[in-house]
Design a protein around this ligand. Structure first.
Ligand code: DGJ
Length: 654
């Protein structure tokens, strides 16, 4: 699956249906040759050497003006090499001097898939499933070493990339841009497909014909965001669901990101993805490293449908982990739209009893269950149950619900802090805020500084206490604002915080996954504001959107389906008129839309008519009959223009 041709210093990665090729050329520059339909040949035809005005030449090329990194396709283009396109790596030394030319040093080919310390990444289920290629580049002046990591899952047509940048020199240097993946195309007429949105209307499909210039999407919010999903597809201009070449890139990271497509002077296209540049200024002292979060890539010569299937298979079996990867998830009844903050223990018991009689598996108590939390301005950070409101301890309430034969889930928002909380009064320095300035509030709350060890310890212990004190089998892990103040009261290097925050979050989630393997975590960020492969590594399903309107959900699910499997999309039937849009739709329509997901209800079952209750009983039964095909089968988009239609097909085609 990974080959090295010593004569020509060519590296080839084969998957079942694709080939990826690169070459360390005579000057030691790592050039990209090819990514496309599987081929057995050498693809150095991609390289053309022609003198081009104002494209500068490396010193080593002497008087040869036909050699320029400004036009040659590259694997890891860095700033200051004579490549004036957008680059992946921008570095400056202590004097502020930019530039970092990278030359080839060596390679390693390993069996199995590399993993990334502290970051989520695609994993192999056994060593035969995957291979790893590591190519080392270096810059002598800075003492900078770049290890480029390539993972390959040949049967799944998946290639992954990451990079580890290390300071092997004597003086510090600072990274101001670090992307993970780049594909340079020397020719082609392309469309770019991206997924934009906003709160309660995420991942709208948008297809744009690429014209000259730099097209970028991204997030500066410290979260992958509702506004742009960290996923994009480049496809031939005439590609369809079932024909044409398409390339996809998906970021395995939940913080800010940047994705770029640049059509340059000679009609060549550069496609890149990686960390957001904004508020990122990462100084590496001698001996220190930083890892570029992983990008998953796939290629399909059979249109968008095949590309989608490749991503679905990879995310389902090589990103999602734990026992909930393979077993059917509980059908939940969530209290949010039924009760908001206004409830008592008795009401919960009534709802749970009724939910049980309909066939629901789990009752999920959403926001409002802890002391002081009767609106969204209070108490985040103080995770003590409100025994008065609940009519006893959380453990007692869960006990009663379990006795009915229902399991129990609970909402938490562990990364946040309300100023009106005990925690804030005791530890104002744990909130991200810039000294001397008032912080910007989001939903009336501030963000906890997860780059700090003491904060991570507090967050973990708070969650562990809840899980130890009551039989909570599911957590809805919410996150309801963007990060604005990228400042840690305990750091000397504020440019590191935006990245270190995310490492901190992943550390806490990993610890909970490890110590509580029977607890299912559902990701959530005001609906689908952090719907990404990074979160799916820890939380195998994510609340897709706060918009539960069936018609809006069809386009949200349509967009989401390009990169993410149905098993990841939590979807609930809610009441009519819909709370977000006021629209009235038949109960059956709401069911048909929600059943294409990790299914549940978000309503007060006590208020249903007998006819509605009977219909819901039938829905639950029908979902249980079909859910294996829905969550593990193949998903086909049939139509999205005049009407939406989609199809689930069992793996054996029956
Ligand atoms: C935002 C979530 O997306 C909702 O489903 C709900 O859990 C609220 N937060 C609770 O505050």
């Amino acid at each position: 699956m990974i080959e090295y041709n010593d004569d020509k210093r060519i590296f080839t990665i084969h998957t079942k249906n694709s080939t990826y090729q690169m070459q360390a050329d005579g000057f030691g520059y790592l050039l990209h040759l090819y990514y496309g339909r599987r081929t057995l040949g050498v693809t150095d035809w991609a390289l053309s050497y022609v003198e081009r005005g104002f494209s500068v030449n490396p010193y080593d090329a002497g008087n040869d003006r036909t050699y320029s990194l400004d036009v040659l396709p590259q694997e890891f283009p860095s700033q200051g090499t004579g490549d004036f396109r957008s680059t992946m790596l921008n570095v400056h030394d202590e004097s502020g001097t930019y530039g970092c030319e990278l030359r080839y040093v060596g390679y390693e080919i390993l069996t199995g898939k590399y993993s990334l310390s502290g970051l989520p990444a695609v994993y192999a289920n056994d060593n035969d499933e995957a291979g790893t290629l590591i190519i080392t580049l270096s810059n002598e002046r800075l003492g900078l070493t770049a290890k480029l990591l390539y993972g390959v899952l040949p049967e799944k047509d998946i290639i992954t990339r990451s990079a580890i940048i290390t300071n092997d020199g004597k003086n510090p240097f600072t990274l101001t841009k670090l992307l993970t993946s780049c594909i340079d195309f020397t020719h082609g007429d392309f469309d770019l497909i991206t997924f934009h949105g906003r709160h309660a209307m995420e991942r709208n499909f948008e297809r744009t014909h690429l014209t000259h210039g730099l097209f970028t999407i991204g997030s500066r919010r410290g979260m992958s965001s509702h506004q742009y999903n960290p996923f994009m597809i480049l496809c031939e201009h005439n590609a369809t669901e079932t024909s044409g070449n398409c390339w996809g890139m998906q970021f395995v990271y939940s913080g800010g990101f940047r994705a770029e497509a640049e059509l340059e002077q000679y009609g060549q296209t550069r496609l890149m993805m990686g960390l957001a540049e904004e508020k990122f200024s990462y100084t590496l002292k001698p001996g220190e490293s930083i890892t570029a979060p992983e990008v998953i890539m796939t290629f399909s010569s059979q249109g968008l449908e095949k590309l989608t299937h490749n991503f679905h298979d990879c995310l389902r079996k090589n990103i999602c982990r734990g026992k909930f990867r393979d077993i059917q998830r509980p059908i939940v009844l969530n209290s949010w739209e039924a009760l908001y903050f206004d409830f008592c223990g008795e009401k919960i018991i009534d709802m749970a009893k009724c939910a049980k009689s309909l066939g629901v598996d789990m009752f999920v108590l959403d926001d409002g269950w802890f002391v002081g939390r009767n609106d969204d301005n209070h108490a985040l950070g103080d995770w003590t149950e409100d025994t008065e409101k609940l009519g006893g301890t959380l453990g007692e309430l869960v006990g009663k619900i379990n006795a009915m034969g229902l399991s129990f889930g609970l909402w938490v928002e562990p990364e946040m802090i309300s100023e009106n909380s005990r925690l804030y009064r005791e530890h104002p320095e744990w909130a991200m805020s810039i000294p001397g300035e008032n912080p910007v509030r989001g939903r009336g709350q501030l963000v906890l500084d997860l780059s700090r060890h003491d904060v991570r310890e507090y967050v973990y212990r708070s969650i562990a206490k809840i899980l130890d004190g009551a039989n909570v089998e599911y957590l809805k892990w919410d996150y309801n604002r963007s990060i604005n103040e990228v400042y840690s009261h305990s750091s000397q290097c504020q440019g590191k915080i935006i990245y270190d925050y995310m490492l901190g979050l992943y550390e806490v989630l990993e610890r909970i996954n490890t110590n509580y393997p029977d607890v299912l975590i559902e990701g959530c960020a005001g609906g689908g504001g952090r719907f990404d492969a990074g979160m799916l590594y820890y939380t195998p399903q994510i609340w897709t959107s706060d918009n539960t309107d069936a018609l809006d959900r069809m386009s949200i699910h349509y967009g989401t389906s390009f990169g993410y499997p149905v098993s990841a999309m939590a979807a609930h039937v809610s009441v009519c008129p819909n709370h977000q849009t006021g629209r009235i739709t038949p109960l059956n329509t709401r069911y048909v839309v929600s059943m294409s997901g990790a299914f549940g209800y978000e309503l007060d079952p006590v208020k249903l008519t007998d006819d509605e209750k009977n219909e819901i009983r039938r829905q639950i039964q029908s979902y249980k009959n079909d859910r294996e095909i829905i969550t593990d089968g193949l998903y086909y988009r049939l139509s999205h223009e005049d009407f939406f239609a989609w199809e689930h097909v069992s793996r054996d085609g029956s």
